[in-house]
Design a protein around this ligand. Structure first.
Ligand SMILES: [Fe+2]
Length: 364
């Protein structure tokens, strides 16, 4: 590595054997891919007493039971590359849908059902990521109420490169589910309505037949799904793998990562077991907490979201340091969306957020 310098108190291997009594902060570019330095502080960078201004760590507690969220998707955060929604579906939608603006990723937080698409049927359950290319017509049929995280993307959802890990790392190619051609199950109606979203507005198109009438298809563009429970994390007992090592989908200017149950690093090696302090320069970070015990965060329940905009530090809550050495395994499942460009919060986010979250690092 060119131009590598070191000065004062530091450790040979980042995140390992941090000098006693000091706190490591990572100051890096391009997410976790670019030039980076570790700084060793006397104080925690999250031990603030006041923050005045817009730039605060944010938290949306679980809001799936909110009246405004029923049987629709509510946009919570967005920029030019992606839009993030939360939705609670208790009844099957009445119309068919086609998104002409964006590709879509659905993460099933809870529930079960079947998405009938112009490529065939995709059964889904808790933990599934469903990728739907723009222009795909589909309709969702629920067998149980669903709580869903949805990301709409201006670019395609692509798989990460595996590099030196080889093609079966992260998830095996056979773990992907691709639908077989099948026509729609509804055949008794007089008319069928397709709602097409274009430039944010809906156009209603009516057919006298079920528009899912594809009897066969071939090619390289199709919807597919992957379960977060089939995701195989990269781990090292000697080094805390950065979030980029858990990349699941790559889009233009943002990535989606899966944090899944995994063994923690070995205490005997002196490895930091909790995420290091950082201010994610160059990336905004959204975390959706799906399942398990999120031990590096205080008071975060399944279904909650944290949003850490670029420029302000975050890292483990003080209690997590104390708990970390007792733990050998984490049972947490979470979905991270890291965006290259800053996100805007919607009015719904501001209305429902936990406005005290930024104080949660302050030692009580
Ligand atoms: Fe982070």
């Amino acid at each position: 590595m060119e131009n590598f310098k070191a000065s004062g108190v530091y450790t040979k291997q980042a995140h390992v054997k941090i000098p006693e009594g000091f706190y490591e902060e990572e100051h890096g570019r391009k997410g976790f891919f670019g030039r980076v330095s570790q700084q060793y502080h006397e104080q925690r960078p999250t031990d603030w007493t006041h923050i005045v201004g817009d730039l605060k760590p944010r938290n949306l507690p679980p809001i799936f039971n909110e009246a405004s969220l029923q049987n629709q998707f509510i946009k919570i955060l967005y920029n030019n590359d992606c839009e993030v929604y939360l939705g609670t579906l208790t009844t099957s939608p009445e119309t068919f849908f086609r998104n002409a603006d964006h590709d879509e990723m659905f993460f099933i937080h809870e529930g079960e059902g079947r998405m009938e698409t112009s490529y065939g049927h995709i059964p889904f359950e808790k933990g599934d990521y469903i990728i739907v290319p723009r222009g795909t017509t589909y309709k969702t049929y629920l067998t149980r109420p669903c709580k869903i995280l949805k990301v709409e993307s201006r670019s395609e959802f692509e798989e990460p490169t595996r590099g030196i890990l080889g093609p079966n790392a992260l998830y095996d190619q056979t773990a992907k589910f691709v639908p077989e051609a099948a026509v729609g199950s509804e055949q008794e109606l007089d008319q069928y309505q397709v709602n097409i979203k274009h430039r944010g507005k809906i156009t209603h198109v009516t057919y006298p037949f079920n528009p899912l009438d594809t009897v066969g298809w071939k090619g390289s563009l199709y919807p597919w799904k992957l379960s977060i429970y089939d995701y195989c994390p990269i781990t090292s007992h000697r080094y805390h793998i950065p979030p980029s090592g858990h990349t699941t989908f790559v889009c233009q200017n943002f990535v989606i990562c899966s944090f899944v149950a995994r063994p923690l690093e070995h205490t005997s090696e002196g490895v930091l077991k909790v995420p290091f302090y950082h201010s994610n320069i160059d990336y905004d970070e959204i975390l959706f907490y799906h399942q398990g015990n999120f031990f590096s965060r205080d008071n975060i329940d399944a279904g909650a979201i944290t949003y850490h905009p670029q420029g302000i530090n975050h890292g483990p809550h003080p209690k997590a340091f104390a708990k970390a050495n007792e733990k050998e395994w984490t049972d947490e499942f979470a979905v991270m969306i890291d965006t290259r460009y800053p996100l805007d919060m919607t009015e719904e986010f501001s209305r429902l957020e936990n406005k005290e979250y930024w104080k949660s690092w302050m030692v009580k």
